[in-house]
Design a protein around this ligand. Structure first.
Ligand SMILES: [Fe+2]
Ligand SMILES: [Fe+2]
Length: 156
């Protein structure tokens, strides 16, 4: 199973978003390692749940940033996130039914995410950066000392 690498082409240049993407990629790779390493179903199931929780959190965070930035294709982007969330739940069901999920990991997780990062996420970045430049308190969650319109609590 091919693992996903967060190479330069995926880096958007917004620290908190890159950090969340990196976490997501690491979590997908943990699932791949656990699955191909033959770890227990309980462990794999736990890693899948963690990955799903983080993906859902990240999508909400990103949509919030897009809304604040006035990104005009928010609805379409949301649709893409919803589609992924639906596929993930199908993926979880298949895993719980004992099906072979290797193709799903490659096709759904790795391909979808690479494609989404490269095309969809890169599209909102310019406007988001403009917004963040006007709201420096939101620029980097790790340096935030003042209140900011974005909810970073789960991002840290
Ligand atoms: Fe996205
Ligand atoms: Fe994203």
């Amino acid at each position: 199973m091919g693992k996903l690498e967060l190479t330069e082409q995926f880096v958007v240049g917004i620290p908190v978003i890159d950090q969340q993407h990196l976490q997501l990629v690491e979590q997908i790779n943990h699932v791949i390692d656990a699955y191909s390493g033959g770890l227990s179903r309980k462990t794999i199931g736990h890693l899948i749940d963690k990955m799903v929780d983080h993906a859902i959190f990240h999508f909400g965070f990103e949509e919030q940033l897009q809304e604040l930035s006035g990104y005009p294709f928010l609805k379409a982007h949301q649709k893409s996130h919803v589609q992924f969330a639906k596929r993930i739940s199908d993926f979880q069901t298949r895993f719980n039914n004992g099906d072979d999920i290797s193709e799903y990991i490659n096709g759904l997780l790795v391909e979808w995410l690479s494609d989404h990062l490269k095309h969809d996420d890169s599209d909102y970045v310019a406007l988001a950066k403009e917004y963040l430049l006007k709201h420096p308190e939101c620029w980097c969650a790790f340096k935030t000392t003042q209140p900011c319109a974005l909810n970073f609590t789960q991002a840290l």
